[in-house]
Design a protein around this ligand. Structure first.
Ligand SMILES: [Fe+2]
Ligand SMILES: [Fe+2]
Length: 191
């Protein structure tokens, strides 16, 4: 049986992975061209990560999905502890990147590599995090959750309206998404 929450979680993972790949490609292109990256686009992309995945996606995993699974799958508790730690650090991690980007923007070349290395580490650990959820957590949920569990999860995740997963952006977010879609490279945008 298909559960809305599982579809939403996978779609949001895909959107985030695409965003992170675009971010990396944008930096790679600037490096190749010997120019500064478009900081305004990078800022919009990082703001998205903070605004959608960090606030909506992770919160619901940590507050709804994991607690249900902790009760049923003690063998996954250590894994969920680590994933919860990642969620807990998420906001600080993106702020740190934003700050390193600011340093690069105002200080120029001497601060480029520190920022680029931090971006690559961030992307790496994020992709690993999502992979563990998809490989270990979601299959366990599928195996152990009751209909009542799914009803609650489905309702919570269906309320996420991430515009990168096919939802119309609300008026307030439309300019942000237009900027990202028009300026960032594939896989996320047309730039
Ligand atoms: Fe997560
Ligand atoms: Fe996730």
């Amino acid at each position: 049986m298909r559960h809305t929450s599982l579809t939403v979680i996978r779609d949001e993972h895909q959107a985030l992975a695409a965003m992170l790949r675009s971010l990396s490609m944008l930096l790679e292109k600037a490096r190749r061209d010997g120019t500064a990256p478009p900081f305004d686009v990078l800022r919009a992309m990082m703001f998205y990560v903070d605004e959608f995945p960090e606030r909506l996606h992770h919160t619901k995993e940590s507050e709804l999905l994991f607690p249900k699974l902790r009760a049923r799958c003690p063998e996954l508790v250590a894994t969920m502890d680590r994933l919860d730690q990642d969620h807990g650090r998420g906001e600080a991690a993106i702020r740190e990147l934003e700050h390193l980007m600011l340093a690069y923007e105002v200080m120029g070349e001497p601060r480029r590599k520190v920022f680029e290395d931090a971006v690559e580490r961030y992307i790496d650990s994020y992709l690993k995090h999502m992979h563990i959820e998809e490989a270990e957590i979601l299959p366990a949920a599928r195996a152990h959750f009751s209909e009542a569990d799914w009803d609650e999860l489905d309702a919570a995740f269906a309320a996420n309206r991430d515009p990168l997963t096919g939802h119309e952006a609300s008026d307030e977010y439309r300019p942000l998404f237009q900027k990202i879609l028009m300026s960032a490279p594939a896989p996320i945008g047309l730039g």
